[in-house]
Ligand binder design. Structure first.
Ligand SMILES: *Cc1c(COP(=O)(O)O)cnc(C)c1O
Length: 379
């Protein structure tokens, strides 16, 4: 039995990132500046979007997306409960009401049907999540929300490197928010990006993240003439620093390789876990490919051991797994919020777990993990 601990995730950070951060510090320009601008262009190009607006996190990006869509008190916004809690919280930040939609068992994502089931005359927007990197059905949901006349914000926190219909998951999105938290594939420590196709939306987002100023601090600094800025609306300080963007630019260069490596490791998990009764690993949906940001397995009743006991056994043998995706409606912060039936959400959050998957995971580690899961499945 291996004595080393196997973490669930490790960010891939090398000497190049350290050098890039040091270069930014030495340049004397550490707040939002030229490196942020370059990171925005290169990230938008990578995910097939028209414009990128860097922000301090995906959470603040989701907040700005809802401000941009003019969502506010009295409006309902449909979100999956099965998501990191930031998805639902962003709706509350603008004073609107989150309405929880159930998800599809295979993808963990909302569908046209689950959204339709909770849609009302007050629905102003839907925030759909590419959960754990598994893309939702972009073609179907974009078409449906267009038809209903409601906004669609894509929570792509986990989806850098995922594809849908042969394109990057965010391509063709009216608005998508991305995360660079270390739990995701590429990281800037903390950080996020909002991508949009509309140039006017990009300009408004740039204002919203920077106190509502009509000229960015970077542009003002670069100008040889005195620039008298104006504050056009009440807004926020949600900026990314140039130190973060310097790291992000290096990370972006690693993205394709990281995705390829994760998919190879996931394929090996699929081989090792095949034939374990009652254990169902996440897979690509028919219309796209996941980056396997999270490799989760669902335990069905045929599996002999309960989820929490599996987590405890894995931990006792050096494997740091995690419970499946959380469900916001089960958390104290959302206690008492009315919602319809969420049977698939409750099943996924109760009976699934996330296995370690990262660049340093070895074949031996995977054999060790699969061996434990095989043993616990039949006792
Ligand atoms: C991680 C995550 C977020 C929050 O991202 P931050 O950059 O940490 O704010 C939001 N939504 C989903 C689905 C996430 O997985």
């Amino acid at each position: 039995m291996s004595e080393r601990r196997i973490p669930v995730m490790i960010p891939m950070l090398g000497e190049e990132e350290a050098q890039a951060a040091a270069d930014a510090v030495r340049s004397g320009w550490v707040a939002q500046g030229p490196r942020v601008a370059r990171f925005e262009r290169e990230f938008a190009a990578t995910v097939g979007a028209g414009h990128g607006v860097a922000v301090s996190s995906c959470t603040t990006g989701l907040h700005l997306a809802l401000v941009l869509l003019d969502v506010g008190p009295g409006d309902e916004v449909i979100v999956p409960s099965l998501s990191f809690i930031a998805t639902a919280n962003a709706v509350r930040y603008v004073g609107a009401t989150p309405v929880f939609a159930d998800v599809d068992l295979a993808t963990g994502n909302v569908t046209v049907e689950t959204v339709e089931a909770v849609r009302t005359g007050r629905t102003r927007a839907v925030v759909a999540v590419h959960q754990g990197g598994v893309p939702f059905d972009t073609a179907a949901l974009r078409k449906a929300t267009d038809g209903w006349g409601v906004g669609l914000v894509e929570d792509a926190a986990c989806a850098a490197g995922s594809t849908a219909y042969g394109q990057p998951a965010g391509a063709g999105a009216a608005i998508a928010a991305w995360s660079f938290h270390p739990r995701k594939l590429i990281t800037t420590g903390e950080g996020g990006m909002v991508t949009v196709d509309d140039a006017g939306w990009a300009a408004r987002l740039r204002r919203l993240r920077e106190h509502g100023m009509n000229v960015s601090a970077a542009d003002r600094h670069a100008s040889s003439q005195p620039v008298l800025e104006a504050y056009l609306e009440t807004a926020y300080n949600y900026r990314m620093t140039d130190i973060q963007a310097a790291v992000g630019l290096v990370q972006l260069g690693r993205l394709a390789g990281l995705v390829a490596q994760r998919r190879a490791l996931a394929a090996r998990y699929h081989d090792l876990l095949a034939g374990i009764d009652g254990l169902v690993p996440v897979r690509d949906p028919a219309y796209g490919r996941t980056n396997y940001q999270s490799f989760w397995v669902l335990l069905n009743p045929e599996y002999a051991t309960g989820r929490d006991e599996v987590l405890a056994e894995l931990a006792a043998r050096g494997v740091s797994a995690r419970r499946g995706i959380m469900a916001a409606h089960l958390e104290p912060a959302y206690a008492g919020v009315p919602h319809g039936p969420l049977p698939v959400t409750e099943r996924l959050t109760r009976d699934s777990l996330i296995l370690p998957l990262h660049h340093a995971l070895t074949g031996d580690d995977q054999d060790h993990i699969a061996g434990i899961l095989r043993e616990l499945g039949r006792r």
